[in-house]
Design a protein around this ligand. Structure first.
Ligand code: PGA
Length: 221
């Protein structure tokens, strides 16, 4: 059986000082001695903080994985301003691809997302591919899909666990993948999603900015 995947998407928040404060608070997870044998935690900070998170978790012996929130559709080369998969791979094992905020604000198309997935796989990153509906394209060889209905993101109004489970079942019927649910996940509602048969984990945005709330979500998942 796969571990329950708990992915924190810290989005475009946190400068260095804020990231350090977040890490200090998150460190309390060690004192709780949680049983994490069935849970895999993936933290996705901004690119500028990946190195700080990587160093902090390695030197404090905290077993979490790191993810990037985006990756270039290009390989290394003359692409000013892009961060490519080879660079991300130094610090992270996962990468979010296809978040609705990127599709909407940065005009990311299916073609571009397919290229990003190919680059992630080329360098051994595990793409977490985000879809907003059950009908969306999932590129080949993706192993983890996150279903995030746009109306549930950052609104405090999550999808119902029943509907999320039904959507996850449809996605699984078409692709051999694990499916996560994302959209207004909190410590109070997380279990209602992870308890569902077709939901293999969650992705958390807003609530994860509070490290203590994230710890509660991990505990309750
Ligand atoms: P939210 O965001 O938890 O703030 O709704 C989820 C996401 O965008 O990944």
């Amino acid at each position: 059986m796969n571990k329950c995947l708990i992915v924190a998407n810290l989005k475009s928040y946190q400068n260095e000082t804020e990231a350090k404060n977040w890490l200090e608070s998150f460190q309390k997870i060690k004192e709780l001695n949680l049983d994490l044998t069935q849970k895999e935690i993936v933290i996705c900070p901004a690119f500028t903080e990946l190195f700080s998170f990587f160093s902090f978790f390695s030197s404090n012996n905290i077993t979490v994985r790191l993810g990037a929130q985006n990756v270039s559709p290009f390989d290394e080369g003359p692409y000013t301003g892009e961060v490519n998969a080879k660079q991300v791979k130094d610090f992270a094992e996962y990468v979010l691809i296809g978040h609705s905020e990127r599709r909407q604000n940065f005009a990311e198309t299916d073609d571009m997302l397919i290229k990003k997935v190919a680059m992630a796989l080329k360098y051994g990153l595990n793409p977490i591919f985000l879809v907003q509906t059950q009908g969306e394209l999932v590129p080949q060889d993706v192993q983890v899909v996150a279903y995030e209905p746009v109306a549930a993101i950052g609104t405090g109004t999550p999808d119902t666990p029943e509907n999320a489970d039904a959507v996850a079942a449809v996605i699984k019927s078409k692709n051999n993948v694990q499916v996560l649910y994302g959209g207004s996940v909190t410590a109070e509602n997380v279990k209602s999603f992870t308890a569902k048969a077709n939901i293999d984990g969650v992705i958390i945005g807003g609530a994860s900015l509070d490290a203590e709330e994230l710890i509660k979500i991990i505990q309750n998942a």
